[in-house]
Design a protein around this ligand. Sequence first.
Ligand code: PMP
Length: 417
Amino acid sequence: MDTEIFNTTESEVRSYSRGWPTVFTKASGSVMTDEQGKDYVDFFAGAGALNYGHNNPELRSELVEYLTSDALVHSLDMMTPSKREFLQTFKDVILEPRGLDYKVMFPGPTGTNTVEAALKLARKVTGRQHILSFTNAFHGMTLGSLSVTGNSMKRKGAGMTLTNSSKIPYDDYFDGETPDFLWLERVLEDSGSGVDKPAAIIVETVQGEGGLNAARAEWLQELRNLTARHDILLIVDDVQAGCGRTGSFFSFEEAGITPDIVCVSKSISGYGLPMALTLFKPELDVWAPGEHNGTFRGSNPGFVTATAALRRYWADDSFQKGHLTQVIDTVQDALTKIAIEVEGTSVKGRGLLTGLYFSDFDAAGKIAKKAFEKGLLVETSGPEDEVLKLMPAMTIELDVLERGLKILADCVSEVTG
Ligand code: PMP
């Protein structure tokens, strides 16, 4: 095999950084197969775009039926039955049962597009420019979302990121010392502080790329109260943590907060098709027609699979309380067991956006490499890649899950033992 093509630093092929050295040909559920016919348990799930697994048969049959019916694939801003049905289903199945009242916008095909739309909307609504985001945050690779991203390596070279955006400490940034927002309140109230009042604060409830730091519910509630008191918009970036990954459809449900704007993407289409939503409170709708548009904003095949996923998995709580809870408990139990047994490790994250921190910063990378050899796809997270990140599909079969967790435990003991 030509291994040069996988070398992302030297090859002319500018590949994705997680260059697993094989060619994947097939995938079904949570098992991927490569050209050599080797199977891999997938604990990566398209970086969170495949919460319902690969080629989910129920979603696929709806998609195939749609694609063979001469219905519209691309329709720009025009209304189609699939778009209308998605909007209605999203309202009926997701928003209304949770008492949420949001307008739904299609900002473009990917996660970074919804963050850009959120930042732009917040600035337009408030007439203010300053945006606050958090240490170790990840929000995307276009200039606005990059500016609010914490990882300076990703920003290096971009030069012209947004001025007037600042980072503040995420929950537990100071090693167990709980930061509160008193200092921020003081700064906001002090007319001489020299800090521009922000238009918005953007936050991930679990920092997917930044090391799986999970915010406590009380911290999020405090953040919500502070932003409300000061007329600052609260944006929750649920691109990675949303669509069920933490155990509820939106990751902020456990905290009982209602953000002003919510960014959704990755698994919203249900099938790995590019799709994004920006949700915002109706009173924030200050868009002029055509002010924020684009060619690819919610494809009809994506609406079809998204609607099917919402109906199949979220129309009642049987999936959430049944299989999803079982998968989460199994993963959390396995990680807790390792964390107890292996010195220098601890469990990070929440639900199925979770993993293991290693005080030996080289360990997670070595384990991921070994896991690949043994037939498990798992990646790393955090500023030093010090966290082994598990994000299996919510629909993973329990025997496949157990197989993956066994490989993981074996690799951990081989590397740390
Ligand atoms: N926000 C968060 C929280 C993310 O995890 C990501 C992607 N990892 C993005 C935004 C950007 O999404 P995309 O890569 O689809 O542009």
